[in-house]
Design a protein around this ligand. Structure first.
Ligand code: IMP
Length: 424
């Protein structure tokens, strides 16, 4: 059973890329299973910073084959740019990056629709990344989407397909009050991207299945996080895909029986970008400090992230939901200079006490976190590569394990790929 799933357990930005990069050393394949260019995955390797949006984070290891799975929605222009940048930086992608024929295409009109509808929503906007994710998934479930496999056809047919789609969707853009796209220019830009990406498109199910037969190690990489999952997150303040384990099975094409472990990534505190409830948010000085020390600004949009304390109610729920077998805790070093650290163990709503995350935003908005305050450690846990956890930091980690009911096996203490402690 050679498949390991890696899922974000909060509202995204948990540091999944760093952990995927760490685990990818021992992997043969990394398969991204959902989302699109809304994700921003940052890896620091040998002092060099890489930010990926679509390509799986395993790309920095020459032996790893990277697959963009069928559950994804892919902007071909963004993917071509990302691949070209990767190649310019000396990374070989030949026979190493494959795109599923089943993944859906994010067209420029999806991007315009996303931004247009967010503007229309005004104060009740979701706060999307503006990358066209929701309109592309809407076309997918509405059975009018275009899949990556549809792009493997002669140029003349592509011109016809793109022109027709742009014309048809320009009508929707006009209805939204958004300026329609130039058919000629948009078709040209799309055709330009085809040269780079057409050779990568294939039936990735076969690659995954033959990997399983050969008992190769397969890592499935999720984007966003469980609390942004379209079914289990803070609906409607969610992304439009399944960021939990179910999404991995469908989106990577791995059978559930092949899954050996599910690694949940938690940050040592919580952040969220975009709108929607966030019970443990710190709106004052402490939140600002978390943001500044943690560098909590979006990789994709540059937006400041909302920051707050570790939420054990959400954590406990997400561990159960995904059957998390072990946890990787990231950015513990960000808490180095906090004298007191708060942790939420339950929510209170009038006379009701919640141990698990409520399913409706209405209920969640009325919940007040019950905090326990723990002593901080007030020293560097990573001092020039000498990584040691003082007893107070160990107590914090143990407390989180008890709250969510799962062992923390990996602890990341900084952006560098070596800054990881493995625990027995
Ligand atoms: P969308 O996925 O762009 O439609 O955005 C929907 C919600 O998910 C917004 O609140 C975004 O800020 C959030 N979101 C989407 N992708 C990410 C991510 O990679 N990290 C954190 N939040 C994200």
């Amino acid at each position: 059973m050679p498949v390991t799933l890696v899922v974000g357990c909060q509202w995204g930005d948990e540091g999944k890329a760093k952990i995927i990069d760490y685990l990818a050393r021992g992997a043969d394949y990394v398969v991204r299973f959902q989302g699109g260019a809304n994700a921003g995955h940052t890896v620091v390797a040998d002092g060099e910073r890489f930010a990926f949006h679509l390509v799986p984070s395993g790309i920095l290891y020459p032996h790893v084959v990277c697959i963009l799975g069928g559950g994804m929605v892919i902007d071909p222009i963004a993917l071509a740019e990302e691949i070209e940048t990767i190649v310019e930086r000396g990374i070989d992608v030949d026979r190493r990056v494959f795109v599923s024929e089943q993944a859906h295409v994010v067209f420029p009109y999806h991007v315009e629709m996303d931004r247009g509808s967010e503007t229309r929503l005004g104060a009740s906007a979701i706060g999307s990344t503006g990358k066209g994710i929701t309109p592309a998934y809407v076309d997918k479930v509405g059975r009018r989407g275009v899949r990556m496999g549809d792009l493997v056809r002669p140029r003349a047919e592509l011109v016809e397909l793109f022109s027709e789609k742009i014309r048809e969707n320009n009508k929707h853009l006009r209805r939204l009050g958004v300026r329609p796209l130039s058919v000629k220019k948009t078709v040209e830009t799309l055709l330009g991207a085809m040269k780079t990406i057409q050779p990568l498109i294939t039936d990735t199910r076969i690659i995954v299945w033959s990997g399983l037969e050969d008992r190769k190690k397969i890592l499935c990489e999720g984007a966003q996080g469980a609390l942004l999952d379209v079914d289990h997150g803070t609906y409607p303040y969610v992304t439009s895909s399944s960021a939990t384990v179910g999404g991995a099975v469908a989106g990577a094409g791995v059978p559930p029986s092949s899954i050996e472990s599910v690694i949940g990534i938690f940050k040592a505190y919580c952040t969220r970008v975009g709108n929607g409830p966030f019970p443990t948010e710190e709106r004052g000085k402490l939140g600002e400090k978390l943001r500044e020390v943690g560098g909590e600004y979006g990789t994709t949009t540059g937006r400041p992230r909302r920051c707050g304390w570790f939420d054990g109610v959400a954590g406990r729920t997400v561990v159960k939901l995904n059957g998390i077998t072990e946890i990787a805790l990231t950015k513990l070093d960000v808490l180095d200079s906090f004298e007191r650290i708060k942790v939420c163990g339950a929510y209170r709503c009038g006379s009701r006490r919640y141990q698990y995350f409520p399913t409706t935003v209405r209920a969640l908005e009325r919940c007040k976190p019950e905090y326990e305050t723990l002593d901080g450690w007030n020293e560097k846990v990573n001092s020039d590569g000498r990584m040691e956890l003082p007893p107070t930091a160990v107590a914090y980690v143990t407390h989180l394990e008890e709250l969510v009911g799962c062992k923390i096996r990996l602890i990341s203490l900084g952006p560098d790929r070596r800054a990881v402690i493995e625990r027995a």
